[in-house]
Design a protein around this ligand. Structure first.
Ligand SMILES: [Zn+2]
Length: 140
């Protein structure tokens, strides 16, 4: 499984969705955003390891809780809990193999989007790795 499904990749997925927003806990300049960008910079490096990025993500979580966001990053987690090997995506479970969009980064964030025609033409951006999500065929 590698790092996929670990708590760090879930936290990166949180960042992936939140960084692109113009409102929210890390949109405004401040300590939380500074800490978030530090974690992003670490995750983007080609030789990034989870051991380097995890403490930075923990810092961000602590900062968010301190700044009054109950639950920190956990509150906004959109991905299934770690350790779940099977992910069912609504609408595509009838197919043995289907396509999803996911993060292409070396230290992947756990964000997975269902494939749509719109997404195929204009893939969503991963804000952590500053690149388009890539198509991946998975067995469901
Ligand atoms: Zn991402």
């Amino acid at each position: 499984m590698g790092v996929t499904g670990s708590s760090s990749t879930d936290s990166l997925a949180w960042l992936c969705l939140r960084l692109a927003e113009t409102t929210g806990p890390i949109a405004a300049p401040g300590t939380a955003r500074t800490v978030a960008l530090r974690a992003v910079a670490a995750a983007r490096r080609n030789d990034a390891t989870e051991g380097e990025v995890a403490p930075l993500l923990a810092d961000l979580d602590a900062e968010l809780r301190q700044s009054g966001l109950p639950g920190g990053m956990g509150r906004y987690r959109t991905t299934p809990p770690p350790g779940v090997g099977y992910r069912s995506l609504p609408g595509v479970t009838a197919h043995a193999v289907h396509e999803v969009l996911r993060c292409p980064g070396f230290l992947r964030c756990a964000r997975v989007e269902g494939m749509t025609w719109t997404a195929r033409l204009d893939p969503p951006q991963c804000a952590v790795h500053d690149t388009s999500l890539v198509t991946e065929r998975i067995r469901g």
